[in-house]
Design a binder for this molecule. Structure first.
Ligand code: GDP
Ligand code: IMO
Ligand code: MG
Length: 428
């Protein structure tokens, strides 16, 4: 099949970067459709670690063209820095990156607004990455945004930035911030990126449409995860984009039949970074142990990730919303030393058993997970490359996840390295 989308199916950081890198060897094009530099996608190749924020993880392989769709909010300064760092580290980027002219730009005032607003929220903090994502999408939806195509008209671009900086200064003052934005300086900085962006500007929808028609293989890289989706996640503790399947069509300008395979990436347990409900969270030594075993610290902010058992209520919900056709299970090796491993397959709420995800946050806060207990395999799995060689208890654990979700497992990741992966049959 010629098109596959990788969708985070928990709260982000499922290991999408690793999975995209692995599949990129077969892809002609790798495309991002939403989010921005809030993403931190880790790829490790022969011991060298790369963390991608805005550039698709397919860039590490030499051949795919990498595309940033209209649904992404692109931080121009961050993009240029990321590209330079890759070049310095021997990854060739020249001629390989295309950016939609319709993509909105995330500017320094968005970061200021994000950080200052979080600071003023006190207890109600979302715990954002501070990368300006919310304010950039707000400007897009409010129709105040600045797009890559605006570089064609520098005067209009400058005027828009000045207007936005002025509006933001009023808000900053109202929330008691000491920061004053210098619109003129921001505009001049942004305009210094003009040539770079005009060179990369592309009609992404047309490029992908024609590529698919010519038989090119398209790999689409989601950022964040379903539970951070602005519509379907744990609102308001979410990001500001559609991280789920619908975002892929809208964020790249694709028709509904352009994507054949929907691969949900799930960690063999659960993590979350930032605030908001997490029903299976282990606020104890077990949770700390998972954090240490899995090195669960944010790839973008370095914050410790909250850890808990695998939550099948959440991942089943992801299967439904995203129409998952297959699964990539990551970090199985992290569980190698545990005596017992739990799966939450339902929640208890006021004496009732809930098997479907309740979207009311007040209900969710009161839910208690119902666990089934599985025996640990107590065997190292990180060197295993075929499914049948996995310990029986590990196969049983995976089979149970597949059964509960009613979805086949296509890939199992057993370590950070590119080759630490078991392919159980992807048709991409
Ligand atoms: P992403 O945002 O979904 O791409 O995930 P991150 O890169 O933020 O976080 C995943 C972390 O787990 C990274 O540090 C990866 O190197 C690491 N990782 C990915 N797959 C595996 C795996 O199978 N086993 C282990 N131990 N680590 C993994
Ligand atoms: P990847 O692509 C995990 C979380 C933040 C916060 C909320 C809103 O690496 O999986 P934002 O900065 O987007 O306004 O923050 O979303 N968040 C992520 N958590 N992985 C991510 O990306 C995330 N991107 C945002 O921690 O709770
Ligand atoms: Mg990440």
């Amino acid at each position: 099949m010629s098109s596959l989308v990788v969708i985070g199916s928990q709260w982000g950081d499922e290991g999408k970067g690793k999975i995209v890198d692995y599949l990129a060897s077969r892809a002609d094009i790798v495309a991002r459709f939403q989010g921005g530099a809030n993403a931190g996608h880790t790829v490790v190749v022969e011991g060298t670690q790369f963390i991608l924020h805005q550039i698709p993880s397919g860039i590490i392989f030499p051949q795919p063209e990498c595309v940033i769709g209209n649904g992404v909010v692109i931080d121009p300064a961050g993009f240029i820095e990321e590209r330079e760092n890759l070049n310095k580290r021997g990854i060739k980027t020249a001629g390989r990156i295309k950016i939609s002219g319709k993509a909105h730009m995330l500017l320094s005032y968005h970061k200021v607004m994000d950080q200052e607003r979080e600071a003023s929220r006190g207890k109600g903090k979302i715990g954002t990455t501070g990368r300006g994502i919310g304010p950039a999408y707000e400007d897009k939806i409010a129709r105040n945004g600045v797009r890559v195509m605006d570089f064609h008209n520098p005067d209009k671009l400058r005027a828009k930035i000045l207007e936005n900086a002025g509006l933001n200064n009023k808000i900053l003052q109202a929330i008691g911030s000491q920061v004053v934005l210098d619109g003129q300086a921001i505009a001049e900085e942004v305009l210094s990126y003009r040539d770079t962006f005009l060179e990369l500007e592309t009609d992404v929808s047309l490029f992908l449409y024609e590529g698919l028609a010519r038989g090119k293989k398209l790999l689409i890289e989601g950022a964040q995860g379903l539970m951070l989706d602005v519509d379907h996640g744990t609102y308001p503790y979410v990001t500001s984009s559609n991280t789920s399947i619908g975002g892929a069509f809208a964020g790249l300008g694709l028709g509904p039949k352009a994507i054949e395979i929907v691969l949900g990436v799930i960690k063999a347990y659960t993590t979350r970074v930032g605030n908001g409900p997490l029903p299976t969270e282990l606020k104890n030594k077990e949770g700390e142990k998972l954090r240490e075993l899995g090195a669960e610290y944010g790839a973008t902010t370095g914050r410790p990730r909250r850890c808990g058992w695998f939550d099948a209520v959440v991942t089943r919900y992801s299967k439904r919303i995203n129409g998952l056709t297959g699964l990539a299970v990551t970090k199985l090796d992290v569980l190698d030393t545990l005596d017992e491993i739990k799966i939450c397959n339902a929640y208890q709420w006021r004496g009732k058993t809930l098997t479907e995800f309740p979207f009311d946050p007040d209900v969710l806060e009161q839910c208690e997970p119902v666990y089934e207990v599985h025996k640990g395999w107590k065997t190292e799995t990180s060197g295993i490359t075929d499914y049948d060689s996995l310990p029986a208890a590990a196969r049983k654990y995976l089979a149970r996840i597949s059964e509960i979700m009613d979805c086949p497992i296509r890939l199992v990741s057993v370590g950070v390295q590119r080759d630490q992966i078991i392919n159980c049959g992807t048709d991409f």
